[in-house]
Design a binder for this molecule. Structure first.
Ligand code: PEP
Length: 250
């Protein structure tokens, strides 16, 4: 069984041409490993380019960074799940902290996106995480549980197939990383939350995100409760990303 997921969130970087060059260099540098998958979340205009380049690779997946829950219609600027699927996408980030805190996405909107993705057979990767003031007030676990609440009521088997990315807001793009022990503590609470809803906790994938880089990735993925990483800045250089995705685990 695949143990680890190394996921790259390119945010608002790399159009189709940049993505094509990136993938050429990455594929040259990265050797597939049976214990892991590499997932890419390019910009919406680059997903098809990446999907085409990766179509023969079962260890690599492509997703979008955001979707809208309606099927189609007068929603200027939005991207439907079926359009993403047609472009070769099999997953989507939902509730990334930049969506929540820059664009004001609510838990209710996150919930509608999760439902739309599941209905279309795509994998939502639900991002959760506390702000600095919430951590300092001792509210980390309660914030994360509130954000997980959008999955409440799902069939346990479906639940177990939804990866969670724990990304403390204060660690994203700041150079500050949670210690492996901090990450493990929250990951363990997330796994317990899944167990409480009947999901097979051994199958649930819980990724850590927040200033992951070559220097700290080994310690993070060596924690038994950390099933992979979601990486922004350090995933933008193909050689560096190949090194991160090739990290050995203890
Ligand atoms: C992210 O975008 O999900 C992220 C964790 O970014 P960074 O690695 O740059 O902190």
């Amino acid at each position: 069984m695949t143990r680890l997921i190394f996921a790259a969130n390119w945010k608002m970087h790399l159009g189709p041409e940049g993505a094509r060059k990136f993938m050429e260099e990455f594929m040259e540098a990265y050797r597939p490993q049976s214990d892991r998958e590499v997932w890419f979340f390019p910009s919406a205009v680059a997903v098809e380019t990446v999907a085409i380049q990766l179509r023969d690779r079962s260890d690599v997946r492509v997703g979008v960074q955001n979707v809208f829950w309606e099927q189609k219609g007068a929603f200027t600027g939005e991207l439907s799940v079926s359009m993403a699927k047609e472009a070769g996408v099999t997953a989507a980030l939902v509730g990334h902290s930049e969506r929540r805190h820059v664009f004001g996405e609510t838990d209710e909107e996150t919930s509608r996106k999760v439902t739309a993705l599941l209905e279309a057979g795509l994998t939502p990767v639900l991002c959760v995480g506390e702000k600095l003031e919430e951590r300092e007030a001792g509210e980390t676990i309660s914030v994360v549980k509130r954000q997980l609440g959008v999955l409440e009521g799902l069939d346990p088997e479906i639940l177990a197939g939804i990866p969670i990315a724990y990304e403390p807001v204060w660690a994203i793009g700041t150079g500050r990383t949670a210690t492996p022990a901090d990450a493990a503590e929250v990951h363990s609470a997330i796994r317990t939350w899944f167990g409480g809803r009947g999901a097979d906790t051994g199958s649930v994938k819980i990724l850590y995100g927040g200033s992951v880089k070559v220097e700290n990735v080994h310690a993070l993925v060596s924690e038994p409760d950390v099933d992979g990483v979601l990486v922004g800045g350090a995933s933008l250089d193909p050689a560096q990303w190949a090194t991160i995705a090739s990290t050995s685990i203890d």
